[in-house]
Design a protein around this ligand. Sequence first.
Ligand code: SF4
Length: 69
Amino acid sequence: MDCECLAGCPFFNDLMTSMPSSTELIKKTYCLKDWAHCARYVVFKHKGRQAVPLDLFPTQIDRVGEILK
Ligand code: SF4
């Protein structure tokens, strides 16, 4: 099942100012499969879309604790 944020997600739609070299693999791993563990998705679920930093990558789960404080 795809992530519910897919359509409006800056990462999935290549709208972030910088994108990691492994973007396509990250999309397959997170956006199209394991979205529950995506850092952007976790922040979205807890604090809403406006709270998700534009520069937050799906793999940066270590940043989530600070963002959710
Ligand atoms: S898994 Fe994360 S990066 Fe992918 S569409 Fe959902 S919120 Fe965006």
